[in-house]
Design a protein around this ligand. Structure first.
Ligand code: IPE
Ligand code: IPE
Ligand code: MG
Length: 246
């Protein structure tokens, strides 16, 4: 079994994004309620964050709650929000210890005010940390993000702040929630599902995709290492030929 030491530090993905999926099925397998899966998912979050920080990954983005997840049963949504608040309170120390800065992407105003308050506090308190940037995608939907960028740009065009001929990819990037992040290099999804579920559609244009058949609460150091080793064994050609790269 591979460990963190097996990773080539000179070929790290700069930005790793994770679709943390399978909490509900993990719990069901054990004859428990879905909520039990979410509670156990928190431990996998802490593990993954610490391991990425140890590897000196610069950016880690975690899909924690999608715009579509609002359609889940009310009790499940409430539990997820409570878990978010409790974890933020508890993990502030871990973030500091590992020199991690917290950020969010998504429609944060739609979260309960308690969660917003806790997020603002942790974001402010970790703002000067200079190691890894940890971004939580909360009430995040890629289509909503793109829609809101289009609206902002259209408004600026209307008010003569931008002229249409100057709209390029960089302008679009600066209007996305992720304006402070580089493109995703490695996207990991747990639980065996092989879909994107409205996550970072623009930003994964050239990401390497890695799907793994374990439920999120079981995702451990060696699964993370396998994903990164797989990434390190791939040739990213960005449209060029293999010969051009060498
Ligand atoms: C991922 O696990 C957590 C969230 C989407 C919030 P799920 O809750 O989707 O678990 P499954 O996919 O139903 O097993
Ligand atoms: C994606 O998981 C969202 C998060 C991990 C937060 P879902 O479980 O909501 O995805 P679908 O609906 O099965 O595609
Ligand atoms: Mg799911």
């Amino acid at each position: 079994m591979h460990t963190l030491e097996d990773v080539d530090k000179h070929k790290l993905p700069q930005h790793v994004a994770v679709i943390m999926d399978g909490n509900g099925r993990w719990a069901k397998q054990r004859g428990k309620l879905r909520v039990f899966g979410h509670e156990n998912g928190v431990e996998a979050v802490r593990r993954t964050v610490e391991n990425c920080a140890k590897l000196q990954i610069s950016y880690l983005t975690l899909y924690a709650f999608s715009t579509e997840n609002w359609n889940r049963p009310k009790v499940e949504v409430e539990t997820l929000m409570k878990l978010l608040v409790a974890s933020l309170r508890k993990e502030l120390k871990t973030l500091h210890k590992n020199n991690i800065r917290l950020n969010t992407i998504g429609n944060i105003e739609s979260l309960p005010s308690k969660a917003q308050k806790e997020l603002t506090e942790v974001i402010t308190k970790t703002a000067n940390n200079s190691g890894m940037t940890l971004t939580l995608a909360l009430s995040y939907g890629s289509r909503e993000e793109i829609k809101s960028a289009v609206k902002d740009i259209a408004f600026k065009v209307k008010n003569n702040i931008i002229s249409p001929e100057n709209i390029d990819e960089a302008v679009i990037n600066t209007h996305l929630y992720t304006h402070f992040l580089p493109d995703v290099d490695l996207l990991i999804r747990t639980s065996g599902e092989q879909r994107i579920s409205n996550f970072l559609l623009w930003q994964i244009a050239y990401a390497e995709l890695y799907f793994i058949d374990v439920f999120w609460p079981d995702f451990s150091e060696h699964h993370l290492v396998e994903a990164i080793l797989s990434y390190q064994n791939r040739e990213r050609r960005f449209g060029k030929t293999s010969e051009q790269l060498n």
